[in-house]
Write a protein that binds this ligand. Structure first.
Ligand code: IPE
Ligand code: IPE
Ligand code: MG
Length: 254
């Protein structure tokens, strides 16, 4: 594995030695990509240019995660609360999945990446949804990295709808009270096809979860950095993995 990482980084100024070849590589890394607006402000630019710059980081991270052996990379891209922003910014954010996919889909297909969206599809502009669903269709049979965009995603809504669906199954006689377990509940969530995140990265210095995967993060290792998402580099990602490898996950045991 280390040889592979080193080969991949040939010529790049990255200390991949930080990541141990014998240490655990997280199977699922989730990222709250935050700080685009403050990055733009710091550079005297409008906020939307921070978002544009932020998008350009995504493919690099997907390729790196894949080459390190991460199986699932989930990126929080738009929350159910982000609709509260001014309409021009929301419109711009809604246009980004399509822009990203027009530019990057072919290469991601070539790299065997499977793309999926977790989030609420109602209310999204048609061309955004069409682009996302086309990417999902075209990559459905890929078995490399599973790259999920949490887009129009919010954990409370996800859990509330899961409870409603469980209640409907109960009322229809398809579910008994005693069948309701942690595992069953997880199977009603948007993340049903993936394991819980092993590592959560949040950029921009904010120390909160902002309605992201509250159920799924129960035993996730958390890693925060002050770096704004547009400045997040391969080295930062390796730093996070290396730190993860130094953690001891006890799950309440000794
Ligand atoms: C993250 O950057 C992207 C989204 C939330 C869509 P922000 O837009 O939140 O940037 P800051 O936090 O205002 O700097
Ligand atoms: C979280 O960032 C959502 C995404 C990164 C998509 P926010 O910028 O919306 O979070 P708050 O408002 O600082 O909690
Ligand atoms: Mg923010």
């Amino acid at each position: 594995m280390l040889a592979l990482i080193k080969k991949w980084f040939r010529g790049a100024k990255i200390d991949a030695n930080l990541v141990s070849s014998t240490g655990d590589i997280p199977r699922h890394v989730a990222v709250i990509m935050d700080g685009n607006g403050r990055w733009a402000k710091a550079h005297g630019m409008p906020r939307v240019l921070g978002h544009r710059r932020g998008v350009s980081v995504v493919k690099k991270m997907a390729i790196l995660a894949d080459s390190l052996g991460v199986k699932y990379l989930t990126l929080y891209s738009f929350s159910t609360e982000n609709w509260k922003r001014p309409k021009p910014e929301v419109d711009y954010l809604m246009s980004l999945p399509r822009e990203f996919l027009i530019k990057e889909l072919d290469e991601l297909i070539e790299k065997n990446v499977k793309i999926q969206m977790i989030g609420f599809r109602e209310g999204l502009p048609k061309d955004t949804l069409d682009a996302v669903e086309e990417a999902e269709r075209k990559t459905a049979n890929n078995d490399g990295l599973i790259l999920s965009f949490a887009f129009n995603y919010g954990s409370r809504k996800e859990m509330t709808l899961a409870m409603q669906a469980m209640f409907a199954d109960f009322q229809a006689g398809n579910l008994a009270k005693t069948e309701i377990t942690d595992e069953l509940y997880s199977s009603y969530l948007l993340t049903r096809s993936m394991p819980d995140p092993d590592l959560l990265i949040r950029t921009s210095g904010e120390l909160r979860i902002s309605n992201f995967m509250m159920w799924q993060l129960a035993y996730t290792e958390l890693w925060f950095t002050d770096v704004y998402w547009p400045d997040f580099s391969e080295q930062h990602f390796c730093d996070a993995i290396a730190e993860y490898q130094r953690r001891v996950r006890r799950y309440g045991a000794l």
